[in-house]
Structure formats: C-alpha cells, structure tokens
Design a protein around this ligand. Structure first.
Ligand code: AMP
Ligand code: GLY
Length: 430
C-alpha cells in the first residue's frame, strides 16, 4: 500500500516510523513533513490544511490510505472530502471532530450521555460569567470553545482571575471566534492520564496508557507548552482504572455520537483526571496525542496499518494489540526561549550517535536541512521550531527507560537547547 501521512511534527514522525515497519506498506508520503521524516518518507510541500491540494495529490499518486495527524484538517472536514472522492482516510468526520473543535459540544455530549466530567456552564456574556462563577464556587477553569492552538485553557486561582480570563476571551477576543463562547468549569484535582483508543464507531480498542508533561520547567513549573515529554505506561492507570475509563467515558461517548448521527471513527484521545471520585474527562481530542504518541507507538508490536484499516470498516473483529513488556520515555528538546520567542537555524550535533543507541529512537519535531546554497554539508540538521526533537527510549521498567532516554539526550546538543530533567518522575515515585 501507498500511505500519505499529514502533518509535520514529532507525532507524525512517530506515525511514519511505525507505519514504515508495516509489511503492507510500499511507499510513504508525508505532507508537509520535516527533515527527520524525510529519512523515511517522501515529503511533499503541501500544507496540512490545504485539503484540496492534499486530495489532488492523493488521487494523482493513487494513495491507498491517508493518515491525518493534526486536528485542524479534521475539524475542517478532510475525512469527508476524501471519502466523497472514494479515498480511504483515517480519522473522524467533520461532525465527529467537533468533540475537539468545540469544547461546548463535547461538554454537552458528556452531560447528555452521562460521561463523568467537571461541572460546567457555557457562557457568551460577562453577565453569564458572573452567574456561572456564583454557582460553581471554588476554583474554576476557563476554556475557549474553539481551537486555540492549545492556549485556550486557563486554570484560575480565584474568581477575579476567572473573570479576567473570561473577559480576555469574550470581550477582548484574544482567540477571535474561537473564544466567542466559553466553558467555565469546576477545577478538578488528581493525576492526569492520556487514554487513546482506536475505534470503528461501535467498538473501541485502547492503546497503552501514557502521561505527558505540559509545563516547561522541572517539577511542573512555568508556562504550558505543546508537551515536554511523555511516558508509557502510566502506572496510575491500572487495568481496573483502564476498564473504568473505557466503560464510563469512551464507550458512552461513542454510542452517544452514533445516536447523534455523527459516528466517530479513528483514534479518540481522552484526557483524564483521576479524581478521588474516580476518573473524569478533562477533554477529548480527535487525533493522536503529542508527545504521547512518541512514547506509545515504540511499544506497539502490532501492525498499525491493519489496526487503522479496521477503524474504517464495520463488522470486522477488533484487532488485538500486542505491547512490548517494556516502559518508554520521550524527552522533548526545545529551542531556548520556547514557549516564548526563540531562534531557529542552530546546528544540531550528536543525532547519529544518539540514534545508534539500543532501544532509542529520535523523532524530529522542528528540524530542517541547510539550504542547498549553504556552505555546510547536507548531512547536518538545523533547528526549525520550538520543539525540536523527541528522544524516546525503551527500558525494562520506567527507571531503565528514563536512564536510556537521558543517556541519548546527553549526546545531543544545539545552542540554547532546553529540556526537562524529570520526565517520568511521577511513575518513578509509584
Ligand atoms: P484541555 O485542553 O481541556 O485538556 O486542558 C489543558 C490542561 O488544562 C489539562 O491537561 C489540564 O492540565 C488542565 N485542565 C483542563 N481542565 C481542567 C479542570 N477542569 N480541572 C483542572 N485542570 C484542568
Ligand atoms: N499532549 C496533549 C495533546 O496532544 O493535546
């Protein structure tokens, strides 16, 4: 089969890497990809949101399956367009993708179908905000309804902070249309875990659990980022907890979506808070998590393409996923200054030596090759984004995986490089 992967981050590198191991696969394209992905796939310079361009490309190359990485093209209806054209594509339809594209929609679905989640109010005016804050009491979280590139959630330490956050969205419109409606919800406490499940709309198969680290600095300090690292499995997600999440969150939402006439197919990501009262859903994403995917996929022994094809059909028996009895840890290396402003174009050293270590794979997020006019060799890589690399290692347990990952990290360098030194600390404490 010929496969097209859409996206350009380390998540897509991990997808391409895993897909390249499938016996079914002959050729992989990636749009637009990055310099690391280019080692495994033919990268084509079509942006991930150019649905017409991607469709034309897939048709002209006779692509057998398109795998969509990021949420934006899913929310814009890429799956619907490919299906209309008779092309196979992995992911949810536009209607189903509202589970991520609209936080209000997701909350209403959860309420309607009895999925445990934080108590909430939907607000469109500051009057509604003040009413909501009176009713919800206690600490709250303010969320822009629409997609806001991961920045639309503010955990507030008091009612004034909540009013300020609400005002910035509703009145100052810092997220534009995405913040014209907001959700104010009760703040939940506990440990977070990421649950990913493949689904054909009716049945679901959970992937191994994982946990990510969103803050920039050790000890979960500093501003939120796109993700500084992840590990799998998450020891807090015991078999019982996983069964509970599948029974109370994933399955009810899938059958709810069916009843709404918006069958959900593809991968469903449930961000879970493990509270004292049990697991509650923080959010749904309609795609693979980043960086969770970089930690989870290296442990998967089953052919990913087979599993993805199952989600497209109906009636076939669900795949049994086999997992390596190992832990994995992914440490993200970022440009100095990220998530604020940062410089690009720094030469990266030590990549080859790190990749040669046993049980280590280095996924590229923001890298590029020097321009052809440059005097430097085409063999080197330059930084080209905030998150630059995801260094992933397996180990017989979490401790061994952490040691392997940081051994690989110690070989890599570029000017201004930053990373967290405590990825996996919660699992280690367990
Ligand atoms: P979301 O995009 O909804 O996952 O929110 C991003 C992050 O904000 C989550 O991973 C949590 O760390 C935090 N968060 C979201 N909702 C809540 C909540 N109700 N209580 C506490 N933290 C939350
Ligand atoms: N790691 C969180 C996300 O992918 O949204």
């Amino acid at each position: 089969m010929d496969i097209l992967v859409i996206g350009s981050g380390a998540r897509e590198h991990a997808l391409v890497w895993k897909i390249s191991k499938s016996k079914r696969v002959k050729k992989i394209y990636c749009a637009p990809g990055n310099a690391g992905i280019a080692q495994l796939a033919e990268c084509v310079t079509i942006p991930a949101d150019d649905i017409k361009g991607l469709l034309k490309f897939a048709r002209s190359k006779g692509v057998d399956l398109t795998v969509v990485g990021p949420e934006a093209p899913l929310a814009a209806g890429i799956i619907d367009e490919f299906q209309k054209a008779g092309l196979k594509a992995f992911g949810p339809s536009m209607r189903a993708a509202r589970l991520e594209a609209s936080k209000c929609f997701a909350k209403e679905i959860m309420k309607k179908y009895g999925v445990p989640t934080a108590d909430f109010e939907v607000c469109r005016t500051m009057d509604e905000v003040r009413h909501a804050l009176k009713r919800l009491k206690g600490p709250v979280v303010v969320k822009a309804d629409g997609l806001a590139a991961g920045k639309g959630v503010v955990v507030c330490d008091g009612p004034q902070a909540a009013e300020d956050a609400a005002k910035s969205m509703l009145v100052d419109k810092i997220f534009g249309e995405a913040g014209e409606t907001i959700v104010i919800e009760e703040c939940l406490f506990g440990q977070e875990a990421s649950i990913l499940a493949l689904t054909n709309g009716v049945e679901a198969v959970a992937l191994a659990s994982s946990q990510d680290h969103k803050r920039i600095f050790d000890g979960d300090k500093g501003p939120n980022t796109g993700g500084m690292g992840a590990y799998s499995p998450a020891p807090v997600v015991t078999d019982d907890v996983m069964d509970n999440i599948m029974d109370t969150a994933v399955m009810p939402v899938l059958s709810g979506m069916q009843r709404e006439g918006a069958d959900y197919k593809g991968i469903l990501y449930a961000g879970i808070m493990l509270t004292k009262e049990g697991p509650k859903v923080l959010e749904f994403n309609v795609r693979f998590g980043d960086p969770e995917t970089q930690a989870v996929l290296p442990r998967l022994e089953t052919d990913l393409i087979d599993a993805m094809l199952w989600t497209l059909g109906a009636g076939q028996p669900a795949p049994k996923l086999k997992w390596a009895d190992k832990s994995s840890v992914c440490v993200v290396l970022t440009s100095g200054g990220y998530p604020g402003p940062y410089e690009k174009g720094k030469e990266i050293s030590g990549l080859e030596r790190a990749s040669e270590l046993k049980d280590v794979v280095v996924f590229h997020a923001g890298t590029k090759k020097p321009p052809i006019t440059d005097h430097r060799s085409q063999d080197i890589f330059l930084t080209d984004g905030g998150r630059v690399l995801g260094v992933t290692a397996l180990g017989k347990d979490i401790k061994a995986a952490i040691d392997n990952a940081y051994k690989a990290v110690s070989l890599v360098n570029f000017e201004g490089m930053h990373f967290r030194r405590d990825i996996g600390w919660r699992a280690l404490k367990k």
